[in-house]
Write a new protein. Structure first.
Length: 339
């Protein structure tokens, strides 16, 4: 089965082709970072309009790269939610239109399920069950994953997501948007131990997160010390986030008794986090899995793969609808696994 995947949930237009026999055949991604940078964050209307312009071109690109045509498709998968309503409508409308014209199914996919399954596109693949640490600009969650569609929420952020905290800290330090890569780069020039920042909810006794207070602590410290201390503050901030994410992930593994950890989402590309989790995995005897760096941010490959799984299980049409708010653990389970 050949599935075209469309990801338009926020500020990246992702398109990919996944074949259940041959794997990932082609993918293309356009980031809107440059367009939104002057506004300091994503402007939903601009994001939606840009998806309209970019998605058809990217579809043509991946088909050409794979040596295929629209008539070769067996299904079109699209991100139904969560995300920006207008941006989601672009993907849903394009997928539904293509599916109707080609007389093939349009498969709705949960954006976070795509992220959770993205490590399945790398080698080695994690076996079920595992604990998933999902860290992105909009979500920070710990999930127990017993199979495709079988998700149990263990803990989540009560305010800012980790990626959101990176973005806001970047703004406070005068680094602009997007913040994650900029803060990580500046942190390489600073001393992470020169200033001690709080580790919110580290001793809470549960698996929830909170990063709003950490952002406030950064602001207070920066206002007191000034721009000359920006690198040290960035390093201290990154260390605090890595400490919290790592300790909570270790606690989730201990609570569930599982020995596999999957890290997904944009913050999963942070090298300081990857290094720390790899060290802890060696120390505590568990295995950690990461998607390829190209699949950490929003992308069409994860949507095409998740769509292929649901198509194999008999999901044939999601109707023309979007779900800007959509709980991951509300998904129906899938027992069939596509190789």
């Amino acid at each position: 089965m050949l599935v075209l995947g469309l990801e338009t949930s926020c500020d990246e237009t992702g398109v990919a082709l996944y074949d259940t026999d041959r794997g990932l055949l082609a993918q293309a991604l356009h980031s809107q970072v440059a367009m939104h940078a002057e506004y300091g964050g994503v402007v939903p209307e601009l994001a939606s309009r840009d998806h309209v312009r970019r998605a058809p071109r990217l579809i043509r690109r991946v088909l050409t790269e794979a040596g295929l045509t629209l008539e070769d498709l067996d299904a079109v998968a699209y991100t139904q939610g969560p995300g920006l309503a207008g941006a989601l409508l672009v993907g849903a409308g394009l997928a539904s239109g293509l599916a109707f014209a080609l007389a093939i199914p349009a498969i709705p996919v949960h954006h976070l399920e795509g992220h959770l399954l993205s490590p399945m596109l790398s080698v080695p693949q994690p076996d079920f069950p595992f604990v998933a640490l999902l860290v992105s600009g909009g979500h920070t969650q710990l999930m127990r994953v017993d199979g495709v569609g079988r998700y149990t929420l263990l803990g989540e952020t009560l305010d800012d997501a980790a990626g959101e905290a990176f973005d806001k800290t970047a703004q406070l330090l005068g680094l602009g948007y997007p913040g994650g890569p900029a803060v990580a780069q500046l942190a390489t020039h600073g001393d992470p131990y020169k200033h001690r920042l709080p580790r919110p909810m580290l001793a809470s006794g549960n698996l929830d997160f909170s990063f709003a207070g950490l952002k406030t602590a950064v602001l207070t410290l920066y206002n007191r010390l000034g721009p000359d201390s920006a690198a040290d503050i960035a390093a201290a901030f990154q260390l605090a986030v890595v400490d919290v994410l790592t300790e909570k992930a270790l606690a989730a593994l201990k609570t569930t008794g599982l020995r596999r950890l999957v890290v997904a989402g944009g913050v999963g590309a942070n090298q300081a986090l990857r290094t720390r989790l790899t060290v802890e995995a060696q120390r505590h005897g568990f295995t950690v899995f990461y998607p390829p760096l190209s699949l950490c941010t929003d992308n069409g490959a994860m949507i095409a793969y998740a769509g292929a799984l649901r198509l194999a299980q008999g999901v044939t049409d999601g109707g023309f609808s979007v779900r800007p708010r959509w709980e991951l653990d509300a998904l129906a389970p899938i027992t069939m696994k596509v190789a």
